[in-house]
Design a protein around this ligand. Structure first.
Ligand SMILES: [Mg+2]
Length: 439
């Protein structure tokens, strides 16, 4: 606990100092004590984690009555012990010095799924910093450059009835007609869709199987397999026309020569991007050199990056212009400020950014909105998460209703992430082992 006495009064956050000169104010449900500029003291007193539904939720507790929340992907309900590992490094720290806290813990994370705990904590720290300063998180990330942010379909999905071009067309039509009014839709094909691999058994020379969790390993396409994927892409684009963009999540698992052939074949479709062909989701290396060969061989935009942890691991992809679009997930890359930094650096290299987020939950959605409001003009859209299970929409307050209008979300101005738990309703959803989460 030496760090507690060493810290004393800390007020390095300029926005915090500015807010401190104002009268006591409300931040969410929390009444803040009066603060004098430059004499603000706030310390982390606890770190908690609960699995709510399927999503790990992180709560950083402070001695000023403010709690910050972060979330990890709903597919990582095993994450709680990993989150709690960091508690020893957080206690006594000033949560509004986000960067200093992150320097203590960022080295002890890794590519997806092991960067998720660090990322959720980072988001919770920003939530506290915003509430303490009485400003929305986007102000602390540099301020917004847009009042509404674009998202693509992500978790808004409908059951596929088969794997033929007609099935893809029908399914895409349903997403196009959904009430959210998406202007960009992403669909899964090839190695990203195991059902397609099973439905076209002679589409792959070496049936890749599933050696472990995540996606199939790698494999070489047959001519029939290649034609099947191209036909499905054409059928979807016919449905969307030039009104709605189409992106394809394709892998990982393609061989370079197949990826080049496919990317060239779909050039007339003007796709928004093809994602994770070579490596990607749950790969533990970025493979910049081989991506560069693919990117230089086609005009179809090449995308990767949802599994990558920290800015350092985007360096080769960005500096070599190895891809056209990067898709880090704020809940895996190390948090929202980490993603902001990467997006700014990508922009210097004319690389676009479309953050991943399909399983990020509603707190994750709030983090995406604040982040996207501040990203430079290389921003395309983030991947839209929804309330899963549906009762999540009853336990979180502060989101717009409806959340999305015509494919965009209006940025809100409440302090911090601007979303709060309805504690009474949320408590009823806690698992037995997490009963004290809100205490
Ligand atoms: Mg993906």
């Amino acid at each position: 606990m030496a760090s507690v006495t060493r810290r004393g009064f800390v007020g390095s956050l300029s926005a915090l100092a500015a807010a401190a000169s104002m009268p006591a104010r409300q931040a969410g449900n929390v009444s803040l004590p009066e603060r004098r500029a430059g004499h603000v003291s706030i310390k982390i007193t606890d770190l908690k984690c609960a699995i709510i539904g399927q999503n790990p939720v992180v709560r950083v507790v402070t001695d000023q009555g403010i709690s910050g929340y972060g979330e990890a992907e709903g597919v990582k309900n095993y994450l709680k012990p990993m989150v709690m590992f960091y508690k020893q490094y957080l206690l006594g720290e000033d949560p509004t010095d986000v960067q200093r806290v992150m320097l203590k813990i960022r080295r002890m994370g890794a590519f997806k799924p092991w960067g998720a705990a660090v990322s959720a904590i980072e988001i919770a720290l920003w939530d506290i910093a915003g509430q303490a300063a009485g400003v929305p998180v986007y102000k602390l990330l540099g301020g917004k450059i847009r009042d509404r942010v674009r998202a693509y379909d992500g978790a808004v999905r409908f059951p596929m009835h088969g794997q033929t071009p007609a099935d893809y067309a029908e399914n895409t039509q349903k997403i196009k007609e959904s009430k959210e009014g998406f202007t960009l839709i992403k669909q899964a094909v090839g190695f990203h869709n195991p059902a397609m691999i099973e439905a076209v058994p002679d589409g792959w020379y070496d049936s890749p199987g599933r050696p472990g969790p995540g996606h199939p390993d790698r494999g070489l396409l047959t001519e029939r397999g290649m034609e099947q994927i191209i036909a499905c892409a054409e059928a979807m684009k016919k449905v969307l026309g030039d009104e709605v963009g189409l992106a394809l999540d394709c892998g990982p698992g393609w061989m370079l020569k197949d990826a080049i052939a496919f990317a060239r074949a779909v050039e007339p479709l003007h796709l928004a991007w093809i994602e994770d062909t070579l490596t990607g989701d749950y790969s533990v290396y970025p493979n910049a050199q081989v991506f560069k060969e693919l990117t230089e061989a086609t005009s179809t935009p090449i995308h990767t990056g949802e599994e990558i942890y920290l800015r350092e691991n985007f360096k080769d992809l960005i500096e070599n212009q190895a891809v056209n679009v990067i898709g880090p997930d704020p809940e895996d890359v190390g948090g929202i400020a980490e993603l902001k930094w990467i997006a700014e650096y990508a922009d210097l290299h004319s690389i676009l950014v479309a953050p991943h987020g399909v399983f990020d939950g509603l707190i994750g959605l709030a983090a995406h909105v604040h982040l996207a409001a501040t990203l430079p003009q290389n921003y395309i859209a983030f991947e839209y998460p929804i309330a899963q299970p549906e009762w999540w929409s009853e336990i979180v307050e502060g989101l717009p209703d409806p959340i999305m209008k015509k494919g965009f979300i209006d940025v809100w101005d409440a302090p911090g992430l601007g979303v709060r738990f309805n504690v009474q309703k949320a408590k009823a959803r806690l698992r037995d082992e997490d009963r004290d989460f809100f205490d």
